[in-house]
Design a protein around this ligand. Structure first.
Ligand code: ADP
Ligand code: MG
Length: 321
C-alpha cells in the first residue's frame, strides 16, 4: 500500500521512538533510534526518544503518546512482543504486526513458509547435541553454515568446511540460542532487498572483504563494499525485487523491512531471512537503498511513520497479498 503524502508534522501527535531495549542487538538499536529521532525532529515532529525497559513499554499510552516509531532490533523488540504490548494500549506503531514480527525472528519457520510458497530458501537441518554429523553433511554438503535460529546480526554464525568442525560450530551457536540450524552453503554474491510501502527499493550488492558478512563486516570493518545501484542487469534486478516483495508479503509483513538473499553459481536466488526492523543508522542498508531511489534519510523515516496514519494495527496482520 502506498501512503498519501503527509505534510503536516502535527498530524502525528506525540511520537515515541523506542530504542535500546534488552536484546543482544541493543547497541545497534540505540544508534538506529538516535538517527530516527533526529530525522523526525528535523521535520518538526513532537518526538521523544526512549531507551525502553519492559515496564516503560506498558505505560506509553498513559504517558500521552499517540504513536510509536519502533527502532528496536532483535528479541523483545522485533519479535512481536512489544508490538503486542502496544496493541493492547491501542497505540499505532511502525512496521509489521505481531504475526510477521514473531515469524521473522524464527529463521526456520520463516523458511518453512517460504518453501511451501515457492520462495527458494537453502535446505536446512535442525541440530542438537545428538545429531549425527554424517547425516547432516550427507544432506547439505560441505561447506555448510551453522547459525542460531533466532539471533540476528550474525551472532554465533559459522561456516563449516570439515565434518569434524560441525559439532564445535553447533556448540558455539548454542551459546546464543536454544535452537541451532545447519544450512546449505550458498556461494554468493549476496544481496539485500529493502521493502517500503509495497515496493522493493533498488537491491544492494554486499561484498564483504572476508567473503563472509559477519558482525565484524557489518559493524566494525570499513572494507565491506556496498553496490547500490547494484551490478545486475535491469530485468534481472526487477525479477529479484518482485520475488523479494513476495517473500516479504507472504509472511504478512507490512510497512517496511528487509529481505536477505544470495545467488548461487547458476544465478539462482536463495532467500535467507526477513528482517522486520532492520538497522536505521544513516549508514544502514535500507537508508542506502532509499537514497538510490531518490529518497533521503529524513523522508524515509517520515514515510515509515506515515504508514501509521493509514494502516491500523488490526490491518497489519490481515493484508495477505
Ligand atoms: N546459507 C548461507 N550460505 C552462505 N552464507 C550465508 C548463509 N547463511 C548466512 N550466510 C552469511 O551470514 C550472514 C548472516 O546470515 P543471516 O541468515 O542473514 O543472519 P543474520 O543477519 O540474522 O545474522 C549473511 O549475510 C551471509 O553473509
Ligand atoms: Mg541477515
Amino acid at each position: 500500500m502506498s501512503n498519501p503524502r503527509i505534510t503536516d508534522a502535527s498530524a502525528f501527535g506525540r511520537v515515541a521512538v523506542l530504542m535500546g531495549g534488552w536484546s543482544a542487538e541493543r547497541a545497534v538499536s540505540l544508534d538506529s533510534g538516535a538517527a530516527v529521532g533526529a530525522a523526525l525532529q528535523r521535520r518538526g515532529v513532537d518526538v521523544t526518544m526512549i531507551d525502553v525497559d519492559q515496564h516503560r513499554v506498558l505505560g506509553l499510552a498513559d504517558e500521552g503518546f499517540d504513536r510509536v516509531w519502533l527502532a528496536l532490533h532483535g528479541r523483545g523488540g522485533e519479535d512481536g512482543v512489544v508490538q503486542g504490548a502496544l496493541e493492547l494500549q491501542g497505540l499505532p506503531y511502525t512496521g509489521s504486526g505481531v504475526l510477521a514480527c514473531a515469524l521473522s525472528m524464527d529463521k526456520v519457520r520463516t523458511k518453512a513458509l517460504w518453501a511451501a510458497q515457492g520462495i527458494p530458501t537453502p535446505a536446512h537441518r535442525l541440530l542438537d547435541a545428538n545429531t549425527e554429523s554424517k547425516a547432516v553433511v550427507e544432506a547439505l554438503g560441505l561447506p555448510l553454515i551453522v547459525k542460531p535460529v533466532h539471533e540476528g546480526s550474525t551472532i554465533g554464525i559459522s561456516k563449516v568446511e570439515r565434518i569434524e568442525d560441525l559439532d564445535a560450530a553447533r556448540a558455539e551457536a548454542a551459546k546464543y540460542d536454544r535452537e541451532v540450524m545447519a544450512e546449505q552453503f550458498v556461494n554468493g554474491p549476496e544481496y539485500t532487498a529493502a521493502i517500503l510501502d509495497g515496493r522493493a527499493l533498488p537491491l544492494i550488492h554486499i561484498e564483504p572483504s572476508s567473503g563472509f558478512y559477519d558482525y565484524e563486516a557489518k559493524y566494525v570493518a570499513n572494507d565491506t563494499l556496498y553496490h547500490c545501484p547494484c551490478d545486475l542487469e535491469q530485468g534481472r534486478e526487477a525479477e529479484l525485487q518482485r520475488l523479494a516483495l513476495r517473500a516479504f508479503e507472504i509472511t504478512g509483513a507490512t510497512g517496511w523491512g528487509r529481505v536477505d538473499l544470495m545467488l548461487d553459481d547458476a544465478g539462482q536466488p536463495w532467500f535467507l531471512e526477513l528482517n522486520a526492523i532492520p538497522g536505521m543508522t544513516s549508514h544502514s542498508l535500507v537508508p542506502m537503498a532509499a537514497r538510490a531511489a531518490g529518497m533521503d534519510f529524513d523522508e524515509l523515516v517520515w514515510r515509515i511513520l506515515g504508514a501509521t496514519l493509514t494502516t491500523t494495527n488490526q490491518e497489519k496482520d490481515n493484508e495477505l497479498a
